[in-house]
Design a protein around this ligand. Structure first.
Ligand code: NAD
Length: 630
């Protein structure tokens, strides 16, 4: 048999190739991989004699069609795979995960490939409640979290694969697997972060409250599941793969630290990651009963799997150390490279770095049509949001008039964020059930932004009904990022740039933070530059080396009672030129004025006491708590 493995130089793909070469030594394997920042030929070093390697992007039709000649089965792993990075670079995720999958399917069909297996993730199902026994099954409806762009792109890819099967009846299977661990995992993922930090005596980050749950499977078990699906799986079917090994992140951190022989005091709580779904858990009954799959490294053998993985990272420092320095380049909307992303080991998060990029990277030739992509991305998000709403009892109970209004607001790019928030909000207010959305009101548009009042009918446990009103507002279509702009002078962070302005809806003058709501398809980079220019009136451009670093501080949860928006929060460090610096007010004595004020960083606590704006207050508090990551 001849296999074509896409993404075979990545973590799971390479482990699968190792598995297959060992089990089926007579088979031929071609690996197709674009060698992005996670792709690594060294992952295949031990099998290089047995494997043919083709460096190609899965969107590169000529190379793909050539590689597909006389292939018996395609196993499609290639993907952009990291949730944190997707926020910074959504276009690449869409291009590879969605367009790339379609290209591959079309070329495989043209080449008459008899068998196609698509690798997907459990993240397409969204998140499960934290304190429940619920698990995903093949019947769970797709509901990726709207701000998890990785999950969205994988969900869209799965849809394309299933549609393709319906249209062509090609022999296609899909597997959705839980979190993998094992050797060759890029050191930006959680278990390698813990182990490599322990080796280097760096504190082990634990995100948020540490209660988020992932269902861990060893890559060898994932490979044996794919093996069975390839041999016995039914065309058009989806199989969920997991080892019944759901564990909280704090369990994982403690367990790895203990097995490593370190003290738990090395664990340090840090702010949450973006789009950090609460819980994933898989019910793998179908693949077990229909295909007879059994994981080898079961829940009770998790210690063994972890010990083996820890030992591998200890023994293979020459493999992972160079990877820590790898940077993924980011292009902004004008397609010039203006930043790179890399791992911040202490916070265990992806960091965005601006400034001098030593070497301009050759631009990839692309067949990608940005405008078309943006329209598609909008529609996909809109569809997912409407699907989420339709699954809510209170939405179903609302009048047709209200529903029609929501649909109209949803297709309007400037109010899409409001509808997205509605779909993402909880079904309760202060513990009482929402019965329906009774009416929607619109604020006076003289502020140039939308302001929407939502009136919910709510019922308490004694069956007493009341109305609860919420306000939402925004400048753009997506209730997204907010910004703390830190000013650096002579190598030190000296000020926080803030503004005093009239606030909607009270009209009072207050200190606020920069950055409203990014446009739906705006990259974080474009959004930040726009916000600094527009809100802080500082002329920082994308070519300006004034921008030093962006730090993602997770989601803001202002307990304001005025809005249900929970935007992402970034801190950005700006190197202000002497010219700009001399023109702005500095200090803490501008209580009467509107405009930009640089607040001394050593007096942050005083500013917290002067703040009335709920977002700013929660952002400042977050900054104060996480100052050590700056
Ligand atoms: P990875 O990032 O380690 O590997 C991905 C590989 O794909 C890399 O070698 C990269 O160079 C290659 N690639 C990326 N874009 C490409 C392109 N345009 N053309 C050709 N090659 C390209 O990821 P991974 O963790 O090994 O994930 C592999 C697959 O498994 C993905 O489809 C992912 O969605 C899925 N998955 C991963 C997990 C997990 O826990 N890691 C869980 C469930 C499913």
């Amino acid at each position: 048999m001849k296999l074509l493995v896409t993404g075979g130089a990545g973590f799971i793909g390479a482990n699968f190739v190792h598995y297959w070469v060992k089990k089926y030594p007579k088979d031929k394997i071609t690996v197709v991989d674009a060698l992005t920042y996670t792709g690594n030929l060294e992952n295949l070093a031990l099998v290089k004699k047995e494997v043919e390697f083709v460096e190609a992007d899965i969107n590169d039709r000529p190379k793909i069609s050539q590689a597909l000649k006389r292939v018996d089965a395609v196993i499609h792993f290639a993907a952009e795979s990291h949730v944190d990075r997707a926020i910074f670079d959504p276009s690449t995720y869409w291009q590879t995960n969605v367009h790339g999958t379609l290209t591959l399917l079309e070329e495989a069909q043209k080449a008459g490939v008899p068998r196609f297996h698509h690798i997907s993730t459990d993240e397409v199902y969204g998140e499960l409640p934290l304190d429940s026994d619920a698990k995903f099954t093949e019947k769970t409806p797709y509901s990726p979290r709207p701000d998890n762009l990785y999950a969205l792109s994988k969900a869209e890819a799965d849809k394309i694969v299933l549609d393709f099967y319906q249209k062509t009846k090609m022999y296609i299977t899909i597997s959705n697997c839980s979190n993998n661990y094992g050797p060759y995992q890029f050191p930006e993922k959680y278990i390698p972060i813990i182990v490599t930090n322990l080796i280097d005596k760096i504190k082990v980050p634990l995100h948020g409250d540490g209660r988020n749950v992932r269902d861990w499977i060893h890559t060898r078990d994932h490979s044996s599941a794919i093996d069975l699906i390839l041999n016995k799986g039914k065309s058009g079917e989806t199989y969920l793969v997991g080892s019944n090994n759901d564990r909280s992140n704090s369990y994982i951190a403690k367990k790895v630290v203990n097995l490593f022989g370190a003290n738990e005091t090395v664990i340090r709580h840090v702010s949450d990651r973006h789009s950090n779904d609460r819980r994933y858990a898989i019910n793998a009954t179908k693949i077990m009963e229909e295909l007879g799959w059994k994981p080898e490294i079961t829940r009770d053998k998790f210690n063994e799997g972890l010990k083996e993985t820890i030992a591998w990272y200890k023994e293979n420092q020459g493999w992972w150390r160079p990877l820590l320095k790898r940077k993924a380049m980011i292009m902004d909307s004008s397609k010039s490279i203006s930043a790179y992303i890399s791992l911040d080991r202490e916070s265990g998060k992806t960091k965005f770095v601006f400034g001098k990029i030593e070497k301009q990277v050759e631009k990839k030739e692309t067949v990608f049509d940005a405008d078309k992509h943006f329209v598609e991305q909008n529609l996909v998000r809109y569809e997912i949001v409407m699907k989420n709403l339709n699954s809510k009892k209170w939405y179903k109970a609302s009048s047709d008039e209200v529903k029609n209004e929501i649909k109209t607001l949803g297709i309007n790019p400037s109010t899409f964020g409001y509808v997205e928030d509605l779909a993402g909000r909880e079904d309760h207010i202060n513990g009482d059930l929402i019965l329906k959305l009774e009416k929607i009101e619109h604020a006076d548009s003289k502020y140039g932004i939308y302001g929407i009042g939502s009136w919910f009918e709510v019922e308490n446990k004694k069956k007493e009904k009341r109305m609860e009103g919420y306000y939402s507002w925004g400048w753009g279509p997506k209730s997204g990022a907010k910004l703390l702009v830190l000013v650096k002078r002579n190598g030190e962070i000296t000020h926080l740039a803030t503004q005093r302005e009239q606030k909607f809806p009270t009209g009072s003058v207050e200190y606020t933070l920069a950055g409203g709501f990014p446009k739906l398809n705006e990259s974080v980079l474009d959004f930040i530059i726009r916000s600094i220019q527009k809100d802080l009136n500082l002329s920082v451009t994308k070519n300006d080396v004034g921008l030093d670093q962006i730090i993602s501080l997770g989601r803001l949860n202002p307990d304001s009672g005025m809005t249900n928006n929970k935007p992402n929060l970034y801190a950005v460090i700006v190197n202000l030129s002497d010219e700009l610096y001399k023109d702005v007010k500095k200090g803490d004595k501008f209580e009467e004025d509107e405009g930009i004020v640089l607040w001394p960083i050593d007096k942050l606590a005083d500013l917290i006491n002067k703040c009335d704006d709920a977002y700013f207050l929660s952002a400042l508090t977050r900054l104060n708590l996480t100052k050590n990551i700056l």
